[in-house]
Design a protein around this ligand. Structure first.
Ligand SMILES: [Zn+2]
Length: 130
């Protein structure tokens, strides 16, 4: 069943909307109540670049049911030029070839179908930078 959480996350997942701390400038994604760096609670909306670098990655061999058809696949923590870190699937390449430091582009893709109605959930994935 499509969850309220899914709707709430749309600005972040569809537009890579993040939050910049007014206290120290740290960019957090997704937005949260308190800055992990300075505990500040005032943020302004900011957009992330659709690119980044792999910080760390792993290859998922045994996937949750909804992603079984895609296994094995690479999941990575990607850091954008703004300093935000996000977890994403890395596609369009050999999962074993994904390494720290690899430049990636973030692209808008179908993530999964949700529920019996087959509601399509979109979001971002990473692909090797051209
Ligand atoms: Zn801060």
């Amino acid at each position: 069943m499509p969850s309220p959480r899914n709707w709430r996350e749309i600005p972040a997942r569809y537009r890579l909307e993040a939050a910049r701390c007014r206290g120290c400038g740290k960019v957090v994604y997704p937005a949260r109540r308190a800055c992990p760096a300075c505990r500040g609670q005032e943020f302004e909306k900011t957009m992330l670049s659709w690119k980044g670098k792999v910080v760390t990655s792993t290859v998922v061999q045994v996937a949750p049911t909804e992603f079984q058809m895609e296994a094995p696949y690479a999941v990575a923590i990607v850091e954008t030029p703004e300093g935000a870190r996000l977890m994403t699937q890395v596609v369009d390449c050999d999962p074993g070839a994904v390494q720290p430091g690899m430049e990636v582009a973030l692209v808008f893709r179908l993530i999964r179908r949700e529920g019996h109605g087959g509601i399509l959930c979109y979001g971002f994935k990473a692909v090797p930078a051209a």
